[in-house]
Design a protein. Structure first.
Length: 89
């Protein structure tokens, strides 16, 4: 499956769901993959610093809320949630 930036969110979601249906993936695996896609997409247009949180915070301060920094924030939040769930299992 090849994703590109010209695809709509609906097309990306449909392609991801189709791809996941071909494999035996748990919901946790799917959330992790989607989170990583969100982070990667979000950081594609954010100036990088040594720390990911600093990068996002500086981007929000400079540009306000944008799709890119929102994707990066939400993706990181989902990954943090997954990590906390691993500790509880």
């Amino acid at each position: 499956m090849k994703l590109n930036m010209s695809m709509s969110n609906k097309e990306i979601t449909e392609n991801l769901l189709l791809e996941f249906s071909k494999h035996d993936k748990s919901i946790i695996d799917v959330i992790e993959i989607l989170s990583n896609v969100m982070v990667q997409t979000g950081f594609s247009n954010i100036e990088k610093y040594s720390d990911a949180l600093e990068s996002v915070a500086n981007d929000v301060k400079s540009n306000g809320d944008t799709l890119h920094n929102a994707l990066a924030r939400q993706g990181m939040l989902m990954l943090t949630w997954l990590k906390s769930e691993e500790k509880n299992v």
